[in-house]
Design a protein around this ligand. Structure first.
Ligand code: ZN
Length: 154
């Protein structure tokens, strides 16, 4: 069982998607950014992610939405599930907390699939995979990594 988990981790790859600047912080004017990208397992499309944060507000963390399931021609949101994540940076690295996906932005995007609750993810079959993807995401997406590890935030 342990070996299988390790194998999955090795086979995950990240493809960088788009950048969106959504709004400015009401307190300090820093930009709130949303980025997206794609997750592949064994070269098959497995997930889309969206990550949202506000520059110079590392203490607020990053909101991450993962949509995991089947992709490709003819598929719809019915074969995918939305998973919500709150990422916080600590001195020993990033930590992830699963949250109800319906609490995040992107709630009206039907193609991202049905929103799972925190309990639904933690008790469900995708839990290990979700954390493997998240571990990979914060290092392989240079935009997320730059925010988490930028010197001005230390
Ligand atoms: Zn601010």
């Amino acid at each position: 069982m342990e070996e299988n988990v390790e194998e999955i981790r090795e086979e995950i790859s990240i493809e960088i998607g788009e950048n969106f600047v959504t709004e400015n912080c009401l307190d300090c004017g820093s930009q709130t950014r949303t980025v997206n990208g794609y997750v592949y397992t064994e070269n098959c499309a497995r997930a889309i992610y969206y990550a949202r944060w506000t520059d110079s507000h590392l203490e607020r963390g990053i909101q991450i939405l993962l949509s995991i399931g089947q992709w490709g021609e003819g598929t719809t949101g019915e074969v995918r599930r939305r998973i919500g994540v709150a990422c916080r940076m600590y001195s020993n690295g990033p930590a992830f907390m699963i949250v109800d996906a319906s609490e995040l932005p992107w709630d009206d995007e039907e193609f991202l699939g049905r929103a799972l609750t925190r309990q639904g993810v933690l008790n469900g079959p995708a839990k290990e995979e979700v954390f493997s993807i998240l571990d990979r995401l914060v290092f392989d997406d240079h935009r997320i990594k730059a925010f988490l590890y930028s010197e001005e935030n230390q």
